[in-house]
Design a protein around this ligand. Structure first.
Ligand SMILES: Nc1ncnc2c1ncn2[C@@H]1O[C@H](COP(=O)(O)OP(=O)(O)OP(=O)(O)O)[C@@H](O)[C@H]1O
Length: 327
């Protein structure tokens, strides 16, 4: 089956100046990422701050251009950003990010903002727009009387519902959700996640769900890709990742997620410095913090390897690059 969206060897480098007079240092925010998302599927992307998750999300949507590699959507190479072809495609791919207040216009009512994408993409005749807005409001659990409210009159959770309604107004095939619930209270988070899951199932929308919070990802993702310093270090079904994480970094992340009804057991505390993309360690970038690191890990970068069970992992030790380790 053809994936809905595919990233092929994506690279994005930023040049970041350290201090006023420092030389610009290249930061490989996304460093050779390949992944695929099938129609209707949810891929969770997890990793610490600075691992490149948001950059990857923006590249999938064509908001940030790839310096190397390409994105293929529905079997066709993604047109360059900001071209008319790309704008047409954007109706099918939408972004939901963390801060709904920044995504909404404070001066416009909720109903007006929900009608905007219908107008921009000329999706339905003008006379049907009000009915579609009412349908969208109900789909995201907002009351009809809230249509005339302004963003600041709503709670954070309600605002995120408006943003999601706007995102699904154009009947997209893909939603990229970048930390969509991080700014919300835990009780509200669950409501929004359940709503996203329902909408996704009803309309068969694929989702790329970016989060540093594994608890949230476990509740929504079919598959999970774990990122470390711009690269994917492990990818597998959500079940496999949470039941038997393999990469030492994934193990540490998963060990910090409490299981419902049972205390934290065998928590792995990550040692060493948090990753700094401007100063990537040699070999496996995780080796300075890795409890399993061997000599090979300090010199040779492990490649993602298919190890069965639908899992790929980039780790010399756990993926069993035995011959190399012994050498
Ligand atoms: N526009 C930019 N200009 C310069 N550097 C950038 C830019 N965007 C991201 N970076 C750098 O690229 C790296 C990856 O950032 P990115 O925001 O994609 O990571 P992230 O995993 O989403 O982190 P967070 O969870 O903190 O948002 C970081 O080192 C960041 O400083």
């Amino acid at each position: 089956m053809t994936p809905l969206i595919e990233a092929r060897d994506l690279v994005r480098i930023y040049h970041v100046r350290r201090g006023l007079f420092g030389h610009p240092t290249p930061v490989r925010a996304v460093d050779g990422i390949s992944l695929a998302v099938m129609a209707g599927e949810t891929l969770g992307i997890v990793g610490e701050s600075g691992s490149g998750k948001s950059t990857l999300g923006r590249m999938l949507l064509g908001i940030d251009a790839a310096q190397e590699g390409e994105v293929v959507f529905d079997g066709k190479a993604m047109p360059a950003g900001a071209t008319p072809e790309w704008r047409k495609l954007r109706a099918k791919m939408q972004l939901v990010y963390q801060d709904p207040l920044a995504a909404l216009d404070r001066r416009l009512t909720i109903a007006t903002q929900m009608a905007e994408p219908l107008e921009i993409h000329r999706l339905i005749p003008k006379e049907h727009r009000a009915a579609r807005v009412a349908e969208l409001m109900s789909a995201v659990g907002l009351r009809p009387d809230q249509a005339t409210r302004f963003p600041h009159e709503l709670s954070g959770g309600q605002r995120q519902r408006v943003v999601i309604a706007r995102a699904i107004a154009s009947r997209p095939k893909l939603l990229v959700c970048d930390e969509p619930v991080s700014a919300l209270d835990v009780s509200i988070q669950a409501q929004i996640i359940n709503m996203l899951r329902d909408l996704q199932q009803q309309h068969s929308i694929a989702m790329v769900f970016i989060s540093h919070d594994l608890k949230v990802v476990r509740n929504i993702a079919d598959r999970v890709a774990v990122m470390y310093l711009g690269r994917v270090v492990e990818e597998a079904s959500s079940d496999v990742i949470f039941r038997s994480p393999m990469h030492p970094y994934t193990r540490a992340l998963v060990s910090s997620v409490p299981r419902p009804g049972s205390p934290l057991q065998g928590r792995v505390i990550l040692q060493g410095e948090p990753p700094n993309p401007a100063n990537r360690p040699s070999g496996c970038a995780f080796h300075p913090r890795c409890p399993l690191a061997r000599d090979l890990c300090r010199t040779a970068a492990p490649q993602l390897k298919d190890i069965g069970d639908g899992r790929t992992v980039a780790c010399h030790v756990t993926a069993g690059d035995d011959a190399q380790i012994a050498a």
